[in-house]
Design a protein around this ligand. Structure first.
Ligand SMILES: Cc1ncc(COP(=O)(O)O)c(C=O)c1O
Length: 385
């Protein structure tokens, strides 16, 4: 493959995130932050993968048509078509909330509603943007593991033709889910078939889609195109990009006016080539899988380390609340332990009322980071019953 990303993956190829931190520190020692500090708060806390940075640099210089008329955004269409199975229409955007709101808005009339798990990012972490900016109603159902099923969808899939009810016309699922769980391609296929049978469309929030592909060890198309997904929010940021996601339309009949809605929702980048170049860098080779596999492996190491230490009696009172299928570990801790751990490692409470926390791993999490954290958990829980 010739062109910008072929150049971009040259000299810096296979540099890890941590090596990149060292390179950056040598080149620019006076950063405002300590590059040695990493935690388990979010896969957004990490920096930019060096191959992505190189792709941004390679895309720099000269003039390119603004607002997506550039060669990088054109190439991106081909790259996505190869992964997802063409034809696709790809609309790069700034962030995941923007991708979700714009995608869903394009799939719905003014009277439309979206069925989603109550744990969905669109429901709990987008500040009401789907409702306020997108103007849609969310119909949510509790899902303990973050996953919808046809049966759960049926709790809200009713009332078509009733002028008093927001019309359920889209189902939105997240892969991998906000709770670090995974749908199999077959599970997505049965959701898509069910939604389509009822006259609804299927949207997939893929903020962590690369982690899912890596964990399932299948091509992206296996649980998107081949599973009946109509529109996808593709995530780059958590996968090593600086910023950049994309709305990917698999079935053009499922959307309307996306080009206009992207601008209306303030998601139309003038210098779009730099967003597109990042997504190309992730997807043209195997970078998206390398970063995601590494993050997943670090979460698996964290869980295995805690399990082993618990079995040996050196960690006490830690219980897992979800399976660890991708790059997040969810657990409950004895009272007070989370706050003591947070003196050295950042991470978030997930459900403070029941002492549940979330630990996220990233492309630049190291084995040493994980091992140090396991040792700290052992230290802080050793007195627990
Ligand atoms: C499941 C999911 N969807 C979407 C997003 C995108 O959010 P943002 O608008 O912060 O890029 C996130 C980020 O945390 C997420 O976890």
């Amino acid at each position: 493959m010739t062109g910008p990303t072929a150049r971009a993956t040259g000299p810096t190829a296979r540099v890890t995130g941590v090596e990149a931190d060292a390179i950056a520190a040598a080149a620019s020692p006076d950063a405002l932050h300590d590059r040695a500090v990493r935690g388990f708060a979010s896969d957004n806390y990490s920096g930019v993968h060096p191959e992505v940075l190189a792709a941004i640099t390679a895309a720099n210089g000269g003039h390119q048509v603004a607002y997506g008329g550039d060669v990088y955004t054109a190439r991106l269409q081909e790259v996505f078509a190869r992964h997802i199975g063409g034809p696709v229409e790809v609309f790069p955007v700034f962030n995941g909330t923007g991708a979700n709101v714009t995608a869903l808005q394009s799939m719905l009339p003014r009277w439309g509603a979206v069925i989603a798990a109550s744990t969905a990012h669109i429901n709990v972490d987008e500040q009401g943007a789907p409702e306020r900016v997108g103007g849609m109603k969310l119909l949510t159902v509790p899902a303990d593991d973050g996953k919808l099923t046809p049966e759960l969808i049926d709790r809200e899939a009713w009332g078509w033709g009733d002028e008093h009810r927001a019309q359920p016309l889209v189902v939105s699922i997240t892969q991998s889910t906000e709770l670090g769980t995974l749908y199999t391609p077959g599970e997505i296929r049965s959701i898509a078939d069910h939604a389509h049978r009822l006259g609804m469309r299927l949207h997939l929030d893929g903020a962590r889609i690369a982690n899912a592909a890596a964990a399932l060890n299948v091509p992206l198309r296996a649980f998107t195109r081949d599973a009946g997904v109509d529109v996808l929010s593709f995530g780059g940021t958590k996968n090593g990009a600086m910023l950049g996601e994309a709305v990917v339309v698999l079935d053009p009949a499922a959307t309307q006016g996306l080009a206009y809605l992207r601008k209306m929702n303030m998601q139309l980048a003038s210098k779009m080539r730099f967003v597109s170049a990042q997504l190309i860098a992730l997807l043209e080779g195997d970078l998206y899988l390398r970063t995601a596999s590494h993050a997943n492996a670090m979460a698996a190491r964290l869980r295995a380390g805690i399990e082993a230490a618990s079995a040996a009696g050196s960690i006490r009172g830690v219980a897992f609340t979800q399976p660890t299928q991708v790059n997040g570990v969810f657990a409950t801790l004895p009272p007070g332990v989370a706050d003591r751990l947070r003196e050295d490692f950042r991470f978030y409470d997930w459900d403070a009322a029941r002492g549940e926390v979330r630990w996220m791993c990233s492309f630049d999490t190291t084995e040493a980071d994980v091992d140090a954290f396991v040792a700290a958990i052992a230290r802080e829980t050793s007195g627990a019953g």
